[in-house]
Design a protein around this ligand. Structure first.
Ligand code: FAD
Length: 317
């Protein structure tokens, strides 16, 4: 079922969902299940699974280094299929422009349709590790909007190399990213919002936001989006702080501000166990306010360990 249908069916009730990052290659899917199991009592209608960019590795031979490309994590589409069949939820693969040609993307989308995956999140992807700027992949999509268009073309039966004679056209529901504090590369929040509007006009069905800690930023973002005619659901993304280092990492990587009280509380904490609890308490308060505002879904970023997301969900749902 589509995310937009889940939201409609909920009839104003706020849904619970979360995002997982596939573990590094070499691990077993049972570890992932063990992480997800504790969250299933809160009935998430959908779970997002991230995709990581390819990485360079340097292989030494006779004193010379050969640069090769590798992937560090198992494939997202396969993980989504296994989650759908194990938990009977909708699992949503994040599909990236970076690292994939349009043909590779098309094959991935064909796999998604075959496996009964109804939803996709279309993203540009970040620059590769060690690179400062995003470089589009040769033969790939440049921006998320191009990927949205490719998916919507497929929904209309228009494949890359002519119209395929297929019995059932895909009918993917497409989510895109939104940034309440603007995307790091955007010249302004307004300019970024216009880009978001373009993605929605190209057919995106809903928006999921980057994490934020100040709800006012989200409220203003939603209002500004509505003012320029973006009418699709805007799902807030919430990340509980878990370690002291997040004070530096999160603003640097995700281009966000953290509220002073939260910073002071984390700085005062004697260890990361205390920080984890501060993160939980803060996320509960943040979620309660978003719930009151009437958000369609509270979407949590779970970076591997789910105990904190479970504690937050217990405090809310
Ligand atoms: P775009 O919408 O393409 O925007 C990128 C930048 O280009 C923005 O600054 C925008 O303003 C600008 N722009 C857009 N269109 C144009 C245009 N036509 N001309 C000029 N400028 C333009 N990354 C991963 O690698 N894997 C994931 O699984 C993943 N999941 C994510 C989930 C969510 C909910 C979010 C919010 C982000 C996620 N990301 C993920 C990170 C994302 O890939 C990065 O933030 C990336 O830098 C931008 O992706 P985008 O889809 O927003 O790009």
């Amino acid at each position: 079922m589509k995310v937009t249908e889940h939201i409609e069916k909920a009839n104003g009730k706020t849904l619970f969902s979360f995002e997982i990052v596939p573990p590094q290659k070499g691990s077993n899917i049972n570890d992932l299940y063990a992480n997800i199991d504790p969250l299933m009592e809160f009935n998430p209608p959908f779970i997002d699974v991230t995709t990581s960019r390819e990485e360079y590795v340097y292989i030494e031979k006779d004193g010379l280094f050969d640069r090769k490309i590798t992937r560090m994590r198992p494939g997202t589409v396969g993980i989504c299929a296994s989650l759908q069949y194990k938990y009977n939820v909708d699992a949503i693969p994040h599909i990236l422009c970076g690292g994939f040609t349009k043909e590779e993307t098309e094959y991935m989308l064909i796999d998604c349709q075959y496996l009964g995956i109804d939803n996709l999140v279309a993203l540009r992807g970040d620059p590769m590790k060690g690179e400062k700027y995003f470089t589009p992949t040769k033969g790939g999509n440049n921006y998320a909007i191009d990927l949205v268009k490719q998916i919507k073309n497929m929904n209309n039966g228009n494949f890359l190399h002519g119209n395929a004679e297929i019995k059932n056209k895909p009918d993917f529901c497409v989510g895109v990213a939104g940034y309440p504090e603007k995307h790091i590369e955007a010249p302004s929040l307004d300019a970024d919002l216009k880009r978001l509007k373009e993605k929605v006009d190209a057919g995106a069905d809903y928006v999921v936001t980057q994490m934020f800690f100040d709800n006012q930023r989200y409220f203003k973002f939603v209002q500004a989006a509505r003012n320029i005619g973006i009418t699709v659901p805007i799902i807030p993304g919430i990340k509980p702080v878990a370690v002291k280092r997040h004070l530096q990492i999160l603003p640097q990587v995700f281009w966000l501000d953290m509220p002073t009280e939260l910073i002071l509380d984390i700085e005062k904490a004697k260890d990361n166990k205390e920080v984890r609890q501060i993160g939980i308490d803060f996320a509960i308060q943040q979620s309660k306010e978003l719930l009151e505002y009437g958000v369609p879904c509270l979407h949590y970023y779970s970076m591997g360990k789910s105990d904190n997301i479970k504690a937050i969900a217990k405090g809310i749902f």
